[in-house]
Design a protein around this ligand. Structure first.
Ligand code: ZN
Length: 312
């Protein structure tokens, strides 16, 4: 896989911030987004269009989208729980909209208070709204299969159920589906097997990305399994900030800094300048002084003589 490019989607401003109590000031979020983009991060999930009383941390998402849209070349992604959220995301000008569909229906009811059938109705309405827009203004629409590797509430999630819902999301009008290990239950063998199973049902080009959590220390191993099987987009969170407030015990995403180090050391270009990424982490440390930051590469430093693939 030498020389191949890997697409990293930074989800810290959404997944990271939604899981912590501290509210990051809007200006600090803008500075984070700007610094990450300047470091070469190609896509940032900058927030979520959920009611402010549910996630006050993300109440300024429209303003963050507007700011992110001014950064040339940056793909601006957001999460939406429903049609209303998608309307707001489109009005704000997001390039990519992801709606999560929990494969565990219990988690879906807890997380967005909707059954699978209700969520698929929302997806159909959103797809219709997107189709009604002029061709150049349609955001990319992804259905995120959350709790795809297991659920803290239901336990084992059958692979066949993930496949069925991937098909249902595509039939409802998504452009693509994504696999999400919301709870950090996944292992590398499962990543390979589930990816292949979903590919066989929806086609290889309709699943390119995966969202991993490091809850049980499997994050980088799972990321490597994803790359080996042929996925090309990896979600990660600066300093491993993250979790899910409705999946008890679920903690941080895979750490962007460690992931970029692994890929660049393997000769895979991320387009991200790792020193600039470390500097971005400092902004986070200053803006959220009470939050634990994860990741070992920034603490240990880069190996002597290390040459990132992106600079070669
Ligand atoms: Zn997550």
């Amino acid at each position: 896989m030498s020389g191949r490019g890997i697409f990293i989607s930074e989800v810290g401003p959404r997944d990271g911030l939604q899981s912590i109590k501290s509210i990051m000031p809007t200006e600090a979020k803008k500075a984070w987004v700007s610094a990450a983009a300047a470091a070469g991060v190609p896509e940032i999930e900058v927030g979520s269009f959920v009611p402010a009383h549910i996630l006050p941390q993300l109440a300024d998402t429209a303003e963050i989208v507007a700011h992110a849209r001014t950064i040339p070349g940056l793909n601006v992604a957001v999460l939406v729980p429903n049609f209303k959220g998608a309307q707001a995301a489109i009005a704000a000008g997001a390039h990519k909209i992801t709606i999560p569909l929990s494969v565990s229906e219990t988690h879906s009811l807890r997380n967005v208070r909707r059954s699978h059938a209700q969520m698929l109705d929302e997806v159909r309405q959103i797809a219709e709204l997107i189709r009604s827009l002029p061709a150049g203004q349609r955001p990319h629409f992804e259905g995120g299969l959350s709790t795809a590797f297991g659920c803290t509430l239901e336990g084992v999630v059958p692979e066949q159920r993930v496949v069925e819902l991937a098909v249902a999301l595509m039939e409802a009008g998504c452009d693509e589906v994504g696999l999400s290990d919301t709870t950090g239950y996944g292992n590398p063998a499962q990543v390979r097997s589930l990816t292949k199973a979903v590919w066989s049902a929806v086609g290889r080009d309709k699943l390119t990305g995966i969202h991993l959590h490091n809850t049980r220390g499997q994050g980088l191993a799972n990321a490597l399994a994803a790359l080996d099987v042929g996925l090309t987009t990896l979600d990660a969170s600066l300093a491993g900030l993250g979790g899910c407030p409705f999946a008890p015990g679920a903690s941080g995403n895979i750490v962007t800094e460690d992931l970029v180090f692994m890929l660049e050391a393997m000769g895979l270009k991320t387009g991200i300048d790792i020193d600039a990424l470390f500097a971005t982490r400092e902004l986070l440390a200053q803006a959220l002084p009470d939050e634990p930051l994860y990741g070992l590469t920034p603490l240990s430093g880069l190996p002597k003589g290390f040459e990132p693939a992106t600079r070669k």
